[in-house]
Design a protein around this ligand. Structure first.
Ligand code: WQD
Length: 340
């Protein structure tokens, strides 16, 4: 019988892509999402790609009663917890919204999982926990830096909550995946990132500028201590990232984990500058992007990229998609959304 994975936040950007890959790998999936930062188009896209009527439950993960009903309606074997808010600036303005929605929900989820004997949890963490590392690339042993936003703090807190809950349990297993910069969209262009309002992240801003929704991309700083002066990041294709979740779930369900709580970096291991990304987007999509160099964005780190050795050796996972293909898919998705 297929194992069933609960994907919280499964209507969202990374959750929807992960649901597709879990289904392709033979798992049953149930999606729980309150649609606060997404809509049914993600679920419909997943159903169209997989050809399966993936069950969807509209609920907030803070709602303990709804959560318990979910765990009694479905025989869940593992949970991937994506449901969270992710806007750094908003988290500074409204910290309690973030502590409640990101931390309280995770506690509720872990309590419910314990009550129903569900022992396998994957948590969506972020490279943001490293801040500006002193040594690059960042390994999983690289010290975490004090968080510079409530958003970043919730990621650190949830990692610690998972670690401590695993330590106190005789059987619980947990994996935290630290994502670098997720970008791109499904090659079908049926699912992708749908930011509400003005995008904070680089790639949605680029694709919206190319589509004429935004007038001009601002490149934040060209005076960093990097080869071309713009910031360096590790951009990971969302389909590759989704597959990392499948390997993490399988590792726990197959009893292959070495420790009951484990952390993995999920990136490409390659540093790409903002200007290199912009130039690659122009080249592969054969267009010119309207952009200008402006001052640095407060709070940005200069450079961060992953050492992915552990994910490769332990999970047997490696990023496969090229930046060219990823940026082509990002553009195909934007064009579809805009009807271009
Ligand atoms: C990437 C690079 C910008 C926009 C953030 C969060 C992190 C994570 C992912 C999310 C930087 C530059 C950007 C623009 C630009 N969490 N840039 N013009 O800042 O690395 O990480 O998103 O859930 O926690 O902090 O990603 O995409 O915002 O920026 O020049 O209009 O692009 O300065 O160098 P970042 P990003």
């Amino acid at each position: 019988m297929s194992k069933c994975v609960l994907v919280t936040g499964g209507a969202g950007y990374i959750g929807s892509h992960t649901t597709v890959e879990l289904t392709a790998a033979g798992y049953d999936v149930v999606i729980a999402d309150d649609l606060s930062n997404s809509d049914m188009s993600g679920v419909e896209g997943v159903r169209a790609i997989t050809g399966k009527e993936i069950p969807f439950v509209e609920m907030n993960c803070l709602d303990r009663e709804a959560m318990e009903k979910l765990f009694s309606d479905y025989k869940i074997d593992a949970v991937i917890h994506f449901a969270a808010f992710k806007a750094v600036g908003e988290s500074v303005a409204e910290p309690l919204k973030y502590y409640s929605n990101n931390v309280e929900t995770f506690v509720t989820l872990l309590q419910t999982a314990a009550k129903f004997g569900v022992d396998n949890i994957v948590f969506s963490s972020s490279a943001t926990v490293y801040g500006q590392p002193d040594v690059l690339p960042a390994t999983e042993q690289t010290p975490r830096k004090p968080a510079t936003s409530p958003y970043g703090n919730t990621k650190q807190m949830c990692e610690d909550i998972l670690r401590d809950t695993v330590a106190a349990s005789a059987s619980l297993k947990g994996i935290a995946l630290r994502y670098f910069n997720p970008i791109g969209a499904h090659p079908s262009a049926l699912i992708g990132e749908l930011p509400k309002g003005v995008p904070n992240n680089l790639v949605p801003f680029i694709t919206q500028t190319a589509a004429g929704v935004r007038e001009c991309l601002s490149v934040f700083g060209d005076d960093y201590n990097t080869p071309d002066g713009s910031c360096l990041r590790d951009y990971i294709d969302v389909v590759d990232l989704a597959k990392a979740h499948v390997t993490a779930v399988s590792r726990m369900l197959d009893g292959k984990n070495k420790e009951r709580y484990e952390i993995f970096n999920i990136g490409t291991g390659r540093a790409v500058s903002v200007l290199e990304l912009v130039n690659t987007f122009e080249k592969v999509n054969n267009l010119k992007l309207n952009y200008k160099i402006v001052g640095r964005r407060p709070g940005d780190v200069e450079s961060v990229w992953a050492d992915t050795t552990l994910a490769e050796t332990e999970l047997g996972w490696k990023a496969e998609r090229s930046l060219d293909d990823t940026l082509k898919c990002a553009w195909e998705w934007e064009k579809r959304v805009r009807g271009l």
